[in-house]
Each structure stands twice: as structure tokens, then as C-alpha cells.
Ligand binder design. Structure first.
Ligand code: CO
Length: 350
């Protein structure tokens, strides 16, 4: 089985200092039920039941070995981003969680690569925190796709992205904070339609907001869930850019021009959808993402790419390994078994 690099997984630490305080309602905390089961609580509300795979490196490594995964990018769970809190409190939460992520990944630093979170509502604080984290051993940063009404073309966010590009730090964008309401609070509609739409909107904001025209092409940025609905609607957006250029023509080129500027993960669950995604993005722009260990993720990891008949061996290898190495900025020095990654991957950024 080919080696796999999984760029989309999440962690939750097994506990953290009390985050409640004056002016900080609904602080997140963890209610441990057994050694292996816990509930993420937001104030007095149950947010999500989780298991010890969220924090137990041994359990993660056993699952990685079972699925042939050499390396996981271990990212925050978006509910902890805290962009709606005060910058001081968001900075405190980021520091606590980022340090705990290093501890969780410490048993296998070559195979578990932590991505940090930053207080993105405060550009200077976010830049300082990503610098601190990279110096401490983080391999990149995960950001939410918006800060309230500010999208990825917001001046402060663009400044942060440029800072990441200058530092050579890869950025993984995860949808979060989806709109609610009577039509969206049913079933899992916020996850099933809200998340793909959020990611679509944020890529559109980077394109039409001129971000890709302004930032250096040294920016390495990847979007979760196959880029949401964006790749499916390139034709509609290009048509609008041409026929309603008076409104939509705010970028130098039509939206399809910018497909070469970012990566997406492979988490689309359907071979026909993956074939369309690879045809749209290019075979070098799709990486493996599983959403491990959450139930809306893919198990076994990379199963869709492994079994998809339209991919030849070279294309499959690019998606399983090489594209992620390009996104992460790490050398293609490991091959073969899952364990070979332990020796071959450097933890230092280039
Ligand atoms: Co996810």
C-alpha cells in the first residue's frame, strides 16, 4: 500500500485550564465521562461527544498504521478558534491549545505534525502567535474561513496570509461558524450545506477580492472538503465574470484562472465527484484529507483515492503523498511502508 499524508485531521486536548471569566460567557470545557470518552461543552450545552483518539497519540498511530497513513497534520477543532472573543482571551486560548497540541504530537513528532490556531481577529497577535508556534515545532496553521463578517479578503487577514507566505508556513482553511436559523438548524444542514457553501464563499472572496492578485504566489493555502462547492461552480462564476463584469470583474482574471493558486483536500466520498475535482483543480492540486477522527470523515483514510479507477499509479501517488509534500514544504524523501515516514520526514521547515 502506498504511503499516505493526511492533511486534514483534528485534535482536542484531554483537558485545559479554566477559560471562564468575567465577560467571557460560554467558555469551552471538557466533561470527561470515561478514560476514553468525553464531551466538549460550551457553557452548559453539549457541543460534541468525542473519544480519546482526539488526544491519544498511541490510538492515532494505531489507526494510521491500519490505514497506511505515514503522516497526519493535526489541526485544531474549529469550535476553539474563539474569533468572536476578545483578542486577549483568544490569544490566551490559542497559546494554551497550541502548547497542548505539541504535547499530543510529541510521542511521534515525525508522523504527527501539529498545525496551530491564531487569534485571527487581531492581525498583530495572530502574526506573533504563528511565529511563536513555528519556532516551537508547529508545521503550519489552520484558520477558520471567516471572522464574523470579515472574509479572507479582509485587509487584516490578507496581511496575516502574506506573513505566512513570508515565513513559508502552510495555511489550512477550515469552514466554521456556519449560519443558523430554522431552515439550517435541522438534521446536520449546517455541516451538509453550510460548510461547503462557506468554503465556496471564502475562495470566491480570495478571487474576486483580488487576494490572489495581491499576495505572492509563495502563499501555500489549502481548503477543506474538496474546496466545498467552489470547484463545481467554476463555470457559473466565469460566466458571471464575463457577462456581469461590471459587478463581478474585480479580479484581474476569471475565477478559473486562480485554480493553480491553492490546494483542496480529497474529502468528497464519491468517485465521480473526485474525478470532477481532479479534472477541475489539476492532479497536482488535490491532497488527502480525512477529517479524522470525526464521524463525517473518511475511513479507511484515502479509501476513495485508493480505489478510484480513473487514477493511474502516478496520479494516485501524487494525491496520496507528493502534493501534500508540496503544500507542507517538506521533501519527498520517504517511501514504502507507513513507518518509513518516521525516518524520512524532517520536522524543520525549509
Ligand atoms: Co475538519
Amino acid at each position: 500500500m502506498a504511503t499516505v499524508i493526511d492533511v486534514h485531521t483534528h485534535y482536542v486536548p484531554p483537558g485545559w485550564p479554566d477559560l471562564a471569566g468575567p465577560g467571557e460567557p460560554d467558555a469551552p470545557w471538557l466533561r470527561l465521562e470515561t478514560e476514553r470518552d468525553a464531551v466538549i461543552m460550551i457553557g452548559s450545552t453539549e457541543f460534541r461527544r468525542i473519544r480519546s483518539e482526539c488526544w491519544d497519540a498511541e490510538a492515532r498511530l494505531a489507526d494510521m498504521d491500519a490505514d497506511g497513513v505515514a503522516v497526519q497534520v493535526v489541526s485544531p477543532t474549529p469550535v476553539f478558534f474563539s474569533y468572536g472573543r476578545s483578542p486577549a482571551q483568544a490569544t490566551r486560548i490559542a497559546r494554551i491549545f497550541n502548547d497542548l497540541a505539541l504535547e499530543i504530537c510529541a510521542p511521534a513528532p515525525q508522523r504527527l505534525l501539529p498545525f496551530c490556531q491564531v487569534p485571527l481577529q487581531d492581525t498583530d497577535a495572530a502574526c506573533r502567535e504563528v511565529e511563536r508556534c513555528v519556532a516551537a515545532g508547529h508545521a503550519g496553521v489552520e484558520i477558520g474561513n471567516h471572522i464574523g463578517d470579515r472574509d479572507l479578503d479582509d485587509h487584516g487577514v490578507v496581511t496575516f496570509l502574506q506573513h505566512c507566505a513570508a515565513l513559508g508556513v502552510p495555511v489550512f482553511v477550515h469552514p466554521w461558524d456556519m449560519p443558523g436559523g430554522p431552515r439550517l438548524d435541522r438534521w446536520m444542514a449546517q455541516w451538509l450545506t453550510g460548510m461547503p457553501a462557506e468554503t465556496h464563499l471564502s475562495i470566491l472572496a480570495m478571487v474576486l477580492g483580488g487576494v490572489f492578485d495581491r499576495v505572492t504566489d509563495g502563499l501555500r493555502i489549502c481548503f477543506a472538503h474538496g474546496g466545498g462547492s467552489f470547484p463545481y461552480w467554476i463555470g457559473r462564476m466565469d460566466n458571471a465574470w464575463r457577462r456581469r463584469n461590471d459587478v463581478v470583474g474585480t479580479s484581474s482574471h476569471p475565477p478559473s484562472h486562480y485554480l493553480r493558486r491553492f490546494w483542496v483536500d480529497s474529502l468528497v466520498f464519491d468517485e465521480r465527484a473526485l474525478q470532477h475535482l481532479v479534472a477541475t483543480m489539476g492532479v497536482d492540486r488535490v491532497v488527502i484529507g480525512s477529517d479524522y477522527p470525526y464521524p463525517l470523515g473518511e475511513r479507511p483514510v484515502a479509501g476513495l483515492v485508493q480505489r478510484s479507477r480513473f487514477l493511474d499509479d502516478a496520479a494516485r501517488r501524487r494525491i496520496l503523498v507528493e502534493n501534500a509534500e508540496a503544500f507542507l514544504g517538506r521533501p519527498a524523501s520517504h517511501t514504502g511502508s507507513a513507518h518509513a515516514g518516521s525516518q524520512g520526514m524532517s520536522t524543520s521547515l525549509p
